[in-house]
Write a protein that binds this ligand. Structure first.
Ligand code: URA
Length: 237
């Protein structure tokens, strides 16, 4: 190639800058966290599952068996966001299917919430080795997928289980015991930080003020808010 042609190409890239949504080639997504994933890239969660299974935007892709994208209803009014897949989830490709997930399902059932009412996903879609907390750069690399899930599902309420989920979505670094049970607004959406079910498995007391007892208070508030939003209850404060 003549050197002036190379210069022309270079100029073209400079002028074009980052790819617009219209020109965006989704095939390029998995290669690097430097390549943006523009909002509107996915028309449904299916191609996202495919991309996540080929994604190497962070190092977690190297050790996963399956990417774990989501389960539940695509029309769910409530989205539940966990930290990241564990071993059972990595093996099956389905979020919250281990002990913590079984407890989560029980918590939801205690206020008559079913799979039709919730969509469950995680901050990072691939299992961190040894179930360690995902690193900030891993959460950042995976965040566009979560933002697309939120855009597609359009939940009325987002429950953030544990400090990593809060930090990964909102950037808030406060401890979960400080902020659980409080409504926070993020991107014009109503979110509530709650304890992670795995934390409840390690704290079995049901006494007043215990983590399990607090979770029971929080999930009832969530149920009430959903009923209010559906017009089935008069609004509380
Ligand atoms: N813990 C999480 O945060 N997510 C899962 O999917 C399973 C356990």
């Amino acid at each position: 190639m003549a050197s002036n042609e190379q210069i022309d190409l270079f100029n073209a890239i400079e002028l074009t800058g980052a790819p617009s949504t219209a020109e965006f080639d989704p095939e390029l997504i998995p290669t690097s966290a430097k390549i943006p994933i523009p909002p509107g890239t996915y028309a449904s969660t299916e191609p996202m599952v495919d991309h996540c299974n080929r994604c190497h935007r962070c190092g977690l892709g190297a050790t996963r068996t399956h990417a774990v994208v989501g389960r539940g209803s695509l029309q769910a009014p409530i989205m539940i966001v966990g930290e990241g897949p564990g071993q059972n989830e990595d093996e099956t490709g389905i979020p919250f299917v281990g002990k913590a997930g079984q407890l989560l399902d029980k918590i939801l059932a205690s206020v008559s919430l079913t799979e039709a009412d919730v969509y469950i996903c995680n901050i990072v879609k691939c299992r961190p080795p040894e179930n360690r907390t995902p690193a900030v750069d891993e959460m950042d690399a995976c965040r566009p997928y979560l933002l697309e899930q939120i855009r597609l599902i359009d939940p009325k309420i987002i429950l953030l289980t544990g400090a990593s989920a809060v930090r990964g979505l909102t950037g808030d670094k406060r401890g979960i015991t400080k902020i659980r049970g409080q409504w926070i607004e993020w991107d014009d959406r109503l979110c509530m930080p709650i304890f992670h079910p795995a934390y409840l498995l390690r704290n079995q007391s049901r006494d007043k003020g215990s983590p399990k007892w607090l979770m029971w208070q929080d999930i009832q508030v969530v149920r009430q808010k959903l009923d209010e939003m559906r017009g089935e209850l008069a609004p509380t404060s």
